[in-house]
Design a protein around this ligand. Structure first.
Ligand SMILES: Cc1cc2nc3c(=O)[nH]c(=O)nc-3n(C[C@H](O)[C@H](O)[C@H](O)COP(=O)(O)O)c2cc1C
Length: 342
């Protein structure tokens, strides 16, 4: 039992990673928190109203602490008409296969972060203690202070030692050290070391005098123990929970995860414009001219939305970490029990 576990009243040193885009349903988050770990709601793609609703749904299922997670935005990148045309040309044949019109870049490419943050603060202020975690950047000091004044623990994401230092200087309470094996988006913003998770954890523990949460490729009890032995206070596991009964992972995504082989993941910008780790498929192979994030994310949304009901995993972002082939099905409580046996 370390200070971070004590502060949050955790019985299990495992964070179920926030996974925006569907997997982290209120049911999954609440099940993990009820079982003694820390469930996290990946809210980055939710509107403020959806975020409030999802937060209230978790609260209705458990009084235990949980985390809400958002992506910190950077200024929107500028792109030329030629760049947009090249990105559209990559996707147009895939759209045609699903009988969709060619993709078009919409004016509104992401949610309003300020409104999401206000909604998150309102959700987190209801029960104590709670956690706000974030990725893709630094939160302003006023935001960190507002969360802490509401009794919320603030956790930033670092992919390297320099980012961890910057987050510590901003006053966060703990840092996620995301190694190169991690599934989903690279969570940093400056220098991404893509390091071995345990090596990065040790380096961040030595650098910042804050609790560190290790993330990336942690799939079983031996991995979690190794992360704690490297100095982590908690292990954050995403891929391990993707096939949980309570997860919102779609059927074609689940089937692809179940069939995954070792070395079948790749880092790709094809879906969102930001490097992210997932299973290789036609999009990772055929999209050669992605726009920068978040424009590509908006451009590929119709393809991804249509591919799910059509059962076409070759067009879906199949985010998964390097340990994906070691994943299993089960209830969230069973999976948590394997990560930290009693
Ligand atoms: C499907 C998926 C979605 C993710 N979405 C988010 C997210 O919304 N916010 C975030 O901070 N991290 C996100 N991550 C990264 C996780 O926080 C974590 O770093 C990663 O899952 C750890 O590696 P593992 O998947 O090998 O356990 C996501 C990961 C996956 C697999």
């Amino acid at each position: 039992m370390n200070p971070l576990m004590q502060r949050l009243g955790l019985r299990v040193p495992v964070v179920q990673a926030p996974m925006a885009g569907g997997p982290t349903t209120p049911e999954l988050v609440a099940a993990v928190s009820r079982a003694g770990g820390l469930g996290s709601l990946g809210a980055a793609y939710l509107s403020p109203a959806q975020l409030r609703e999802a937060g209230a749904a978790v609260r209705a299922l458990t009084a235990r602490p949980f985390a809400l997670n958002l992506f910190v935005p950077a200024p929107l990148p500028g792109v030329t008409a030629a760049e947009v045309a090249a990105a559209v040309a990559d996707l147009a044949p895939l759209h045609a296969e699903l009988e969709l019109p060619p993709p078009a870049l919409l004016e509104r490419v992401r949610e309003d972060f300020g409104a999401q943050f206000t909604a998150a603060l309102a959700v987190l202020s209801v029960g104590q203690p709670a956690v706000f975690s974030f990725a893709f950047g630094r939160l302003g000091r006023p935001e960190v202070a507002a969360l802490q004044a509401a009794g919320t623990l603030v956790i930033g994401t670092a992919t390297g030692v320099e980012e961890a230092r910057a987050l510590a200087a901003d006053g966060v309470d703990a840092v996620v050290a995301q190694g190169g094996a991690a599934g989903g988006h690279r969570g940093g913003w400056a220098h991404d070391e893509r390091a071995d998770t345990l090596a990065l954890t040790r380096a961040v523990v030595e650098t910042v005098g804050l609790p560190v949460i290790a993330a990336g490729g942690l799939m079983d009890a031996a991995d979690v123990r190794a992360a704690l032995a490297a100095g982590a206070s908690l292990a954050q596991c995403g891929t391990a929970f993707l096939r949980a009964t309570e997860a919102g992972t779609s059927a074609p995504y689940r089937a692809a995860l179940a069939a995954a082989q070792p070395s079948q993941t790749t880092l790709t910008r094809a879906f969102s414009g930001r490097p992210a780790r997932g299973l290789t498929n036609r999009v990772t192979a055929e999209v050669r001219h992605p726009l920068p994030y978040p424009l590509q994310n908006a451009l590929t949304r119709p393809l991804r939305a249509a591919a799910t009901p059509a059962g076409r995993a070759e067009f879906l972002s199949l985010w998964a970490g390097e340990g994906v082939h070691r994943g299993r099905e089960g209830t969230a409580a069973e999976i948590l029990g394997e990560l930290w046996p009693k």
